[in-house]
Design a binder for this molecule. Structure first.
Ligand SMILES: Nc1ncnc2c1ncn2[C@@H]1O[C@H](COP(=O)(O)OP(=O)(O)OP(=O)(O)O)[C@@H](O)[C@H]1O
Length: 243
């Protein structure tokens, strides 16, 4: 699904990522962990194609095609989707209108998924305007359910969400990456940033990666990496160097 090779990314003239390699197979979901400021959001945004995240070296191959030079819109049309950590408010654009634009030939999904995400009463509100933290996350998951991408990137989906809504969001993300299906029927993939690991209770992630100082320092079983970070801190985790 996704192959990132020797990726170097610059933001505002500063190199934030160096030599990042990542391979996510079809039907796999990976999690990305690491300290604040290590470059996790930068990696997701560079893969998605935000123009302010300049790829100075390396390649992004998505579904067998080199997308390194493609725009964000082209990558989205080709099957990438992203949930933001702090999405912007879009004054003047109603959530219902945005969902209509995303739903394409399946407008019936707006009602179905809108009610599943408890967002039916938000359709006439400007996107994210005055939404609480948890409502913003539910709205982002709703947009992705309707967009139905092949590969989804989620930036801290559980942060600021209460325990009941974590369950709702967790189960919905599991659907997005087809973790509710038998392994041979899974064709969608995901990359999820998490600090707490709560999302792992809903998504049996295949692999975890630890990003530190702009480089992937370790990968392996996500729960084992999380446990090592919790017990010994990031520096011990880096020392194991399972690259
Ligand atoms: N637009 C920007 N201008 C200047 N520096 C930036 C910009 N965007 C990111 N950075 C810097 O790049 C580094 C990585 O930021 P990034 O948001 O990718 O970290 P992160 O690992 O996602 O952190 P967190 O866990 O706190 O969300 C930080 O030092 C950040 O200040």
């Amino acid at each position: 699904m996704l192959k990132v090779t020797d990726l170097h990314v610059e933001v505002e003239g500063k190199e934030v990522l160096h030599d990042v390699n990542l391979h996510i197979g079809e039907g796999e979901t990976h999690v990305l962990m690491g300290p604040n400021g290590s470059g996790k959001t930068t990696l997701l945004r560079a893969i998605m194609g935000f123009s302010s995240y300049k790829i100075t070296e390396g390649k992004i191959i998505f579904k067998g095609r080199d997308v390194t030079g493609l725009s964000l819109h082209e990558r989205a049309r080709y099957g990438m989707g992203m949930m933001f950590q702090r999405p912007p408010t879009i004054a003047g654009l109603k959530l219902g209108k945005l969902l209509s634009a995303l739903s394409g030939s399946a407008p019936e999904n707006i009602g179905k998924f809108g009610s599943q995400m408890n967002m039916s009463n938000f359709m006439d509100r400007d996107v994210n305007s005055g939404f609480s933290g948890g409502e913003i996350k539910r709205s982002e998951v709703l947009q992705l359910l309707i967009q139905n991408p092949d590969f989804v990137m989620l930036d801290e989906p559980e942060s600021g969400v209460d325990l009941e809504n974590i369950s709702l969001i967790g189960h919905s993300i599991a659907k997005l990456v087809e973790k509710d299906r038998h392994i041979i029927d899974r064709h969608k993939s995901g990359l999820i940033i998490t600090h707490t690991g709560y999302i792992l209770d809903y998504i049996d992630a295949d692999t975890g990666h630890m990003l530190c100082d702009g480089e992937i320092k370790c990968h392996g079983n996500p729960r084992e990496i999380l446990k090592l970070i919790q017990e010994k801190g990031y520096q011990e985790c880096i020392k194991c160097q399972k690259n």
